[in-house]
Design a protein around this ligand. Structure first.
Ligand code: AMP
Ligand code: GLY
Length: 428
């Protein structure tokens, strides 16, 4: 049996592990994982940044594949640290700028001629210029901390007063530390958001189902940005994907090649569809969370097949087959998320099959910020606690399935959106 090690601890990693388990041909380890992940998944008590312990473990266990879930280890160069030992599904550090620096990504997009919102970039020593720009600008305007901020570094300002307050907080380092000391200020785009994913192997790539993520905290797409409060998939048909391929994906790979770089690993294109045209809001050098939880259950190919094609660099020959129907995911977070999430509340945890993820025939659960409590209980550790995924032949059926599942796992102080897959479902 081949062995796969998944690095990370959230719902995305649980869904990767579940997909790997379902192949029946992989032994699946997760470092460090979370308390909701059950056997036959094997948790390994090594943190994402403990490179030498990860190296020892990979050698000892003769791990065939390592998949990196979150962006931080990728930005720190975990691919380069491990790639001599095994097949690592992640890009090298030199490609992580696509996500880790919104300023560099914006310059890359502009140079490559890829549609994106026009932007200005300001650094710490340009506060005066930035202030006069913000005073004269028209609103709404989008302000982004350039560095990694867990999906929470974007602010949509409706007035110069709001913009100035956010931008000053960033540049002075109070809001996001060094991640906010460069900011990107860009035009607000009105349209429908889409998350497009692909897996590349350095020579070719294959497209995964498209998802729609709900990033704002509150119903009606209001409140602060979060890591993602839910979503649905598939959110597009194939004809639009061809437009994305031509206008975004091919020019991205061509521009990287001109820089002497070829991409491998998951790539996430955060797009705004404006009158049919795809505009890039951001690149992420990994799968999305909660999007992974929605798209992986829809993929019919077995995971070992996908990993094998990655290793032999022939993903271009692999047709991703998608199960008919829809997946809808609703995220349960703890009260106070994203600014000051509470923790320590108990969740009843029934003994679930398939590594802690099978809640029903058409209901899956992927655990995130939870640790083992007493007997049949988990304890929340703050932030997003789980993603409940409903499957159905129609979007409405999948949505009902997901919300019915939410009834089964309440906990004190739980917060979730009630309008996932109901609001702005322009495609169904
Ligand atoms: P980002 O991290 O750059 O994807 O931004 C986070 C979220 O902010 C996106 O998912 C959008 O909902 C919103 N956003 C970002 N840029 C823009 C833009 N130019 N116009 C409208 N909304 C945006
Ligand atoms: N759901 C958006 C992200 O993973 O960044």
């Amino acid at each position: 049996m081949e062995k796969v090690l998944i690095v990370g601890r959230g719902g995305r990693e649980h869904s990767l592990a579940h997909k790997a388990l379902q192949s029946g041909r992989l032994k699946v380890f997760i470092a460090p994982g979370n308390g909701g992940m059950l056997p036959p998944l094997i948790r390994v008590p090594i943190q994402e940044h403990e490179i030498s312990a990860l190296r020892d473990f990979i050698r000892q266990e003769k791990i065939n594949y390592v998949i990196i879930g979150p962006e931080l280890p990728i930005a720190k160069g975990i691919y380069d640290d491990l790639c001599d030992l095994t097949t690592v599904i992640a890009p090298p550090q030199k490609l992580s700028f696509l996500e880790a620096s919104k300023a560099k990504a914006k310059q890359f997009l502009e140079l490559a001629g890829i549609p994106t919102a026009p932007a200005m970039i300001f650094t710490r020593d340009q506060q005066a210029e930035m202030e006069s720009y913000l005073r004269a600008a028209t609103y709404p305007l989008v302000l982004k901390a350039s560095g990694l901020a867990g999906g929470k570094g974007v602010f949509i300002a409706t007035s110069s007063q709001e913009a100035l307050e956010f931008a000053r907080g960033c540049l002075q380092g109070q809001k996001y530390g060094t991640a906010g000391q460069t900011i990107v200020v860009e035009t607000f785009l009105e349209g429908e958001e889409r998350s497009v994913f692909l897996l590349a192997d350095g020579k070719s790539y294959t497209l995964l189902p498209v998802a729609r993520d709900y990033k704002r905290l509150l119903d009606g797409d209001k409140g602060p940005n979060t890591g993602g409060m839910g979503g649905y998939a598939p959110a597009e048909d194939l004809s639009w994907i061809e437009v994305v391929r031509e206008k975004v994906i091919e020019p991205t790979f061509a521009a990287l090649l001109r820089m002497g770089l070829s991409y491998h690993g998951f790539l996430y294109l955060g797009l705004m569809k404006v009158q049919g045209e795809p505009y890039v809001l951001e690149y992420n050098v990994r799968l999305g969370d909660p999007e992974a939880q929605l798209i992986l259950p829809l993929i019919a190919n077995s995971f070992d097949e996908i990993l094998y094609y990655y290793r032999i660099q022939k993903l271009g020959n692999l047709k991703i087959r998608v199960h008919p129907g829809y997946a809808v995911g609703v995220v349960a977070a703890t009260k106070g998320y994203p600014e000051a999430p509470q923790k320590g509340h108990a969740i009843y945890f029934p003994p679930l099959e398939e590594g802690g993820s099978r809640l029903g025939e058409k209901t899956l659960i992927y655990w995130a910020g939870v640790e083992k409590g007493e007997s049949n209980y988990l304890l929340t550790t703050g932030g997003r606690s789980y993603t409940l995924v409903g499957l159905g032949q129609t979007l409405e059926e999948a949505r009902k399935q997901a919300y019915a599942g939410m009834e089964l796992l309440p906990f004190e102080g739980r917060y979730y959106r009630k309008d996932i897959a109901q609001l702005n479902t322009c495609y169904s």
